[in-house]
Design a protein around this ligand. Structure first.
Ligand code: F6R
Length: 365
């Protein structure tokens, strides 16, 4: 039931601190500075034998996988790739016995992701699932994996599943990293940050009214861009997906560096650009890209880290994200973009929980 909330999406966005708490409960081992994910069934030796991680999924789940890709490479030093599940299954992927294939699916029923799981198993990979729905087909067929414990997600636009998927990917990367080159004290610090995720998300939810005011300024736009780099590149893609699916505003997520290779031609005074300028490596470059947008008269909504507000002075609007390391920042940042999309859609009078042409789970190819 929606309770006091107008939409399931709103309720589920506000449930995120608790959903993440449930996703991490009992899974952080501060003594060893690692994560305990019993469903993965990896011994340290199994883990040491993994030579590559391939992440497959669709839509929002694929975006969560992209954050995971960065985390596996940065934290664990393992080559990682993410691929759209349908592309993976049909392009005859090269898989070796030392590959770990991670399938991400909220519903656990997405046809393309399931087919990718079957293909990967057939080719001899170790396959793990990250699912929310307990006993779903992908959860059963992967046999090993990690449940989100996010609770049922009813809104068609995925919100709490994404933040829990990323939380689980970070724990998976941490677990594997600690069997490799990551020292205990770094693992312990990562545990502390993961434990703080619910609180970081709460700080963003507290800005709901301010984000709503920004959203209402742009509710009449027909086009929008989201730009970011590094850990925030997938967040830009996810922000654009949320906006287009619930508000029907044509939104594009781009790597900030890619803008000048074409899409910048579309910018004009009624095309807002959401620039993810949080304090992570590459921030200064994205800042330069946001200035280029401003020079084309596009309004810029700057998303910045706390303490960095002055960089937003030259832009039209600002949303402030609590300070945290680069690998952690996708989670609070995406929550701000979920709220922004929600309020734009609400101001446009859209049917938020049941967007046209969409279904909660896509069981056809
Ligand atoms: C977007 C959305 C979809 C799903 C995609 C995969 O808000 O919900 O893009 O993420 O259809 O669904 P699952 O995760 O159930 O495999």
């Amino acid at each position: 039931e929606k309770g006091d909330y107008k939409h399931f999406m709103l309720k589920e966005m506000f449930e995120q601190p608790d959903a993440i708490r449930n996703a991490i409960r009992g899974r952080l081992d501060f003594d060893m500075g690692t994560a305990v994910l019993s469903g993965l069934e990896f011994s340290p030796r199994d883990s040491a034998l993994i030579s590559r991680v391939l992440v497959v999924g669709c839509g929002t789940s694929m975006h969560a996988g992209m954050v995971g890709e960065y985390a596996f490479e940065e934290m664990a030093g393992i080559p990682a790739e993410v691929e759209q599940a349908a592309e993976f299954r049909y392009r005859n992927p090269i898989i070796t016995p030392h590959d770990l294939v991670v399938a991400i699916s909220q519903s656990g029923e997405t046809a393309d992701t399931l087919a990718a799981v079957r293909e990967a198993k057939h080719k001899g990979a170790t396959v793990a699932g990250i699912c929310n729905v307990v006993g779903s087909t992908i959860a059963r067929e992967t046999g090993r994996g990690v449940y989100l414990h996010a609770g049922p997600e009813i809104g068609v636009a995925s919100t709490k599943a994404f933040t829990c998927q990323v939380s689980v990917m970070l724990m998976m990367a941490l677990k594997i990293a600690r069997t490799r080159r990551m020292p205990r004290h770094e693992g312990e610090e990562m545990c502390r940050w993961i434990e703080r995720l619910p609180e970081l998300v709460e700080k963003v939810l507290e800005q709901n009214d301010a984000i709503k005011a920004v959203a209402e300024k742009y509710a009449k736009c027909e086009n929008a861009f989201f730009i970011g780099r590094g850990y925030l590149f997938p967040v830009a893609l996810e922000g654009a997906l949320k906006l287009k699916e619930i508000s029907y505003v044509h939104a594009e997520g781009y790597h900030a560096a890619e803008l000048k290779h074409g899409p910048i031609a579309l910018l004009q005074e009624n095309t807002p650009v959401v620039a993810l300028l949080n304090d992570i490596p590459g921030k200064d470059k994205t800042l330069g890209n946001a200035e280029e947008c401003k020079a084309r008269n596009a309004p810029v909504i700057a998303v910045v880290s706390e303490g960095d507000e002055e960089i937003a002075d030259e832009f039209n609007d600002v949303i402030v994200i609590p300070n945290c390391p680069p690998s952690i920042t996708p989670i609070p940042t995406v929550v701000a973009l979920q709220l922004l999309s929600y309020h734009i859609a609400a101001a446009r009078g859209c049917e938020i929980d049941q967007p046209r042409n969409l279904a909660k789970s896509v069981t056809v190819e």
